[in-house]
Write a protein that binds this ligand. Structure first.
Ligand code: ADP
Ligand code: MG
Length: 291
């Protein structure tokens, strides 16, 4: 039987905006030695803004932005929201006749008579669309835009690191967490920009949602018996990883939270990474009372 103290612990946690879906997860939180952090929307605010538009000959910045905004009209990904905000104009829904979103890669849509692809390198490469070398690298998320099979331009999108992220990572280390890593679909350069000064042990970049599951599995294999591996994400594209980790934690505030509540074992109602440290301290206190 589960000691009553665990129920008290779950109650105390919920009053602090930490929802724990069962006594086993509260107990598990007291044994966490590895935390894998998602980047976008978790360590960063996910409040992206378009900072630059690079175009190919024959294309204006306005045209590239308008095609991209229309293609992204139905996506709730933070980068899509940034593109629509940068465009600012009216978007005619009837202009978009087909639409597909490829999780962690980008979108493809038919806009007026043109086939528009917006997303990362790999998405365009998979369709045989070449991106000029100088457009590929650099910091900031790069959304490449292709129109009717030809590269047309790149939107450079920047995000900000949450003010609380560095403190959270420090506090968690103080609370006994041995390893903290960042997982991201973004390129190496963008990932390291964010990781600067956060005190993470390692950064894993260019991961598709299913690659993140693979990384979690590697950590599960090498984790000591009795210790736990946590994945913390904002919920967008994160459901498979949240499910695979010993403890999947979804952080609130972001657009993906509704979907994540289902997949997660723990939900942090506020988008504050240091709530994770609070959860672990509370779990350890609860365990000390029990034994
Ligand atoms: P992260 O791993 O950093 O949390 P995601 O897995 O959600 O990010 O997305 C990884 C990358 O895939 C984004 O940085 C972006 O380049 C691309 N991407 C995802 N969704 C879209 C979209 N709707 N439009 C364009 N690009 C997208
Ligand atoms: Mg994410």
């Amino acid at each position: 039987s589960i000691p009553l103290t665990f129920f008290a612990g779950i109650g105390a946690a919920s009053r602090r905006g930490i929802l724990i879906k069962g006594a086993n997860f509260l107990e598990g939180l007291s044994r966490v030695q590895t935390i894998l952090w998602d980047k976008t929307g978790t360590l960063t605010s996910g409040a992206f803004a378009v900072s630059e538009i690079l175009t190919e000959k024959g294309w204006s910045r306005e045209a590239v932005l308008e095609y991209a905004a229309l293609a992204e009209m139905h996506s709730s990904h933070p980068v899509a929201v940034a593109v629509r905000e940068a465009y600012a104009g009216q978007l005619n829904e009837e202009a978009v006749t087909t639409y597909e979103e490829h999780s962690g890669l980008g979108v493809q849509a038919r806009v007026n008579a043109s086939l528009v692809v917006v997303g990362r390198n790999q998405l365009l490469a998979g369709k045989g669309i070449a991106i000029p070398e100088p457009r590929r690298r650099g910091s900031g998320t790069r959304l490449h835009v292709a129109i009717d099979g030809d590269y047309a331009g790149t939107l450079v999108i920047t995000d900000t690191v949450r003010r609380d992220s560095a403190a959270a990572i420090t506090r968690l280390r103080e609370a006994g967490v041995r390893e903290q890593h960042m997982l991201t679909g973004d390129a190496e350069a963008t990932a390291w920009d964010v990781a600067q000064g956060l005190g993470l042990d390692q950064v894993h970049a260019r991961l598709l949602p299913q690659d993140k599951v693979g990384v979690v599995e590697r950590f599960l294999e090498k984790s000591r018996s009795g210790s736990r591996v946590v994945f913390v994400g904002d919920g967008l594209n994160d459901a498979p990883v949240l499910t695979r980790a010993d403890i999947g934690v979804a952080m609130g505030g972001a657009s993906g939270l509704d979907a994540a509540i289902e997949a997660a074992d723990v939900v942090l109602m506020e988008a504050t990474p240091s709530k994770m440290a609070e959860a672990i301290r509370l779990a350890k206190r609860t365990r000390r009372v029990v034994w």
